[in-house]
Write a protein that binds this ligand. Structure first.
Ligand code: NZQ
Ligand code: ZN
Length: 405
């Protein structure tokens, strides 16, 4: 395996009722003294799943309130309306508010979009310049004070709760990009699986596929030989496939929901990335589809993965053979060649995507003639991964898009 550095500073508290049990202590530990508390959330799901009320109850018991004295740092500053695929514009609005209201702790309540937007706000709020240019595009280190950000997870998918990564869309330049920065790691993550029970089936499927994608994007990268990180990944993939089936069959299956929620974090707390080159080309391709069309992240990935892997499997053959064997339980003896066996593993993945009722073409996720005509421009705008078994060309990306249209 390759050399690596590993750290994860996020304090995780997992289980039913964890917000009421732990939030007050975490606010006391991490809020900058004298600062107000900002809560960021999306379009209303927080009211249906109970997370908003739980957070407010705890904050109010600590003397914070919406009408509280801002000068004394006792105010709850609300920042609602964070959309899926959060935009640079919305992030800047949040940063302005956080700066104006002298916020000393941001609490994100929601899925990946809310968490990412709040993590980005925590960096921008006290920065004199424009983080889009300096931080997101140029990757400069941020030496100013970053506001601590904690999260209350309501939808498992991105794993954003346990890492320094955030993804933002610049609507003007049509670039959707991520930035991974240790100081953006949430200071705490509260994970109550009960909040996830209100997720619509479509989001459950999309989010759970995103988790599988994160594991595969890491697993299918160098080294292709056996190593501890990939041993963990194989176990996570087998378990996630089991829990995915169980949750789709019975959306009220709380044990399956809990397993999925923690698998999302285990897939992205960087443990399975140790010693791996990490691909994420399917993510690069999906992010640009989303930048141009605002399509759903997990659904876009489900469309792309099998086609992408049929292009590159020969370049990482041993890993694709392990996938067929250890994840899907196929037997090499039943196939005529190593290539045929590896392809059978990819076909098993494609069959599973269909079985789970996920989309399989771009048309399924809303592409019409107008969007199809944009594909050359979208392909041209994609980042090329340095960690893939084989870097794609822009022409091959366009080929893949056209294959799945
Ligand atoms: O806006 P609200 O009302 O909250 O509704 C949300 C949203 O419509 C809803 N939802 C969340 N929890 C719910 C719920 N509905 C009912 N009950 C609940 N308990 O679900 C919808 C989707 O939420 P969103 O946060 O957009 O989904 P997801 O977690 O998949 O995040 C997607 C974003 O994360 C980025 C994606 O590109 C996309 O922008 N990613 C972030 C990563 C990271 N930070 O590491 C990595 C990922 O690969 C990904 O790129
Ligand atoms: Zn993802």
């Amino acid at each position: 395996m390759n050399d690596f550095n590993w750290e994860c500073r996020t304090k995780v508290r997992f289980g039913e009722g964890c917000v009421k049990e732990y939030l007050a202590g975490l606010v006391e530990e991490f809020a900058i003294p004298g600062g107000n508390v900002m809560i960021g959330y999306g379009g209303g799901s927080v009211n249906r799943n109970g997370s908003y009320d739980d957070v407010m109850e705890v904050l109010e018991s600590m003397g914070y309130s919406r009408e509280g004295n801002a000068a004394e740092g006792k105010m709850i500053v609300e920042f609602p309306g964070i959309m899926s695929n959060p935009t640079l514009k919305r992030m800047k609005e949040g940063a302005e508010l956080a700066s104006l209201m002298d916020v000393g702790l941001i609490i994100a309540i929601g899925g990946g979009s809310v968490m990412d937007c709040c993590k980005a706000i925590s960096v921008q709020a006290k920065y004199d310049g424009d983080t889009w240019d300096d931080f997101w595009m140029k990757g400069l280190p941020m030496k100013h004070d970053i506001i601590p950000c904690g999260v209350v997870v309501t939808m498992p998918a991105t794993g954003s709760e346990v890492n320094g990564c955030a993804v933002l869309t610049n609507e003007e330049t049509k670039i959707k990009t991520d930035r991974d920065y240790p100081e953006m790691n949430p200071v705490f993550a509260l994970m109550d699986p009960k909040y996830t029970l209100t997720m619509p089936m479509r989001q459950l499927k999309a989010g759970t596929f995103d988790i599988l994608s994160h594991i595969m994007e890491t697993y299918f990268s160098w080294p292709a030989s056996d190593n501890p990180a990939d041993d963990v990944s194989e176990g996570l993939m087998r378990g996630l496939i089991r829990d995915f089936r169980a949750a789709v069959k019975d959306p009220g299956d709380l044990p399956a929901r809990s397993n999925i929620m923690w698998t999302a974090s285990l897939a992205e707390n960087r443990i399975i990335k140790t010693g791996k080159s990490k691909d994420f080309e399917a993510h690069n391709m999906e992010h640009q589809l989303s930048a141009y069309t605002d399509c759903n992240h997990g659904e876009g990935l489900a469309v792309l993965h099998p086609a992408y892997y049929r292009h590159i499997y020969k370049d990482g053959l041993p890993k694709f053979m392990s996938f067929a064997d250890r994840v899907w339980g196929l037997d090499r003896e039943d196939y005529n060649s190593d290539e045929e066996f590896a392809l059978a593993g990819i076909n098993a993945l494609a069959d599973f995507i269909k079985e789970m009722g996920l989309p399989t073409t771009l048309r399924d996720i809303g592409f019409g003639e107008k969007e199809a005509a944009m594909l050359p421009e979208i392909a041209e705008s994609c980042f090329i991964s340095g960690g893939a078994f084989r870097p794609l060309t822009k022409e091959e990306i366009l080929e893949i898009y056209r294959e799945v249209l």
